[in-house]
Design a protein around this ligand. Structure first.
Ligand SMILES: [Zn+2]
Ligand SMILES: [Zn+2]
Length: 265
């Protein structure tokens, strides 16, 4: 297994110091951290920093390479399907050979395979390009101009086709008043776990606060929950409200963060 998700030692929760960003914002390259999988109908994120050194090398038996821009599970699945297609094509060439010799079939198959490799390489290139567009903020790019056009096309159900820049992968400022922490990204390799894993309380640290403030905030919320535990059935309802309020809080503050991230640079 190349990547382990969601299972982390409980000891992380009691770690007194929150993790800090991998790099200062000026050196932060979102592509080296958690990025979205571009396989259709997959919503996962993955980081190439957790992949083994052979992950993108040609694989036996047909020397096919895994698709970059796909998460581990999707890349493995796609490779399996591609290998299957190679095998099937060879079988069908043999069955429909007519009066061709085995040598002729072998040559045809090699030609087909070469084309297949080329097609896959082109597909991979396009996928990498659209992942870059989604993750990297490029000053003055079409993405930013598109923002200002009032006649935006109707949103589609499948936002995989939406290649525009998603601000969330770029470092953002903490929304706690007077906090001077450096800008951070919840998709940072070192911070992803903190911001994307439910704690035993069911709460997730707010992505709109820097690691330190997020940790203080979630611990305070958990303390308040603990403090009212003796309220019986009311308690669970109240906890549910706390969770909902936090979701709304994220929605509200992310708008403010987005504005600042877009204005920057
Ligand atoms: Zn995936
Ligand atoms: Zn902060």
């Amino acid at each position: 297994s190349y990547q382990s998700t969601a299972s982390a030692p409980a000891v992380l929760y009691s770690d007194p110091t929150p993790p800090s960003p991998s790099q200062p914002p000026s050196q932060y390259n979102p592509l080296e951290h958690y990025v979205p999988c571009l396989a259709p109908s997959c919503n996962k994120h993955y980081t190439s920093s957790l992949l083994g050194p052979t992950f993108y090398l040609p694989q036996q038996p047909h020397q096919l390479v895994r698709k970059k821009a796909f998460c581990v599970k999707c890349a493995n699945q796609e490779l399996r399907l591609a290998n299957h297609k190679v095998k099937q094509t060879f079988e069908s060439m043999r069955q429909n050979a007519g009066r061709k010799t085995l040598g002729q079939i072998a040559v045809e198959f090699e030609l087909w395979k070469e084309q297949f490799h080329q097609d896959r390489a082109l597909e991979a290139k396009a996928l990498i390009a659209s992942q870059k567009k989604k993750v990297l903020k490029i000053a003055g790019s079409i993405n930013n101009q598109k923002e200002k056009t009032p006649a935006t096309p109707a949103p589609t159900n499948n936002d995989k086709n939406d290649e525009s820049w998603d601000w969330r992968y770029t470092p953002r400022p903490c929304t706690r008043k007077d906090c001077k922490s450096q800008w951070y990204s919840p998709f940072d390799n070192k911070l992803y776990f903190l911001y994307h894993t439910s704690r035993p309380s069911g709460l997730i640290p707010l992505p709109t606060l820097c690691p330190r403030c997020a940790k203080t905030d979630v611990e305070a919320a958990e303390e308040r929950m603990e403090g009212r535990k003796n309220e019986g059935t009311m308690w669970e309802q109240w906890c549910e409200e706390v969770r909902r309020d936090r979701e709304m809080e994220v929605e509200f503050w992310e708008k403010a963060q987005e504005r600042l991230v877009r204005e920057e640079g």
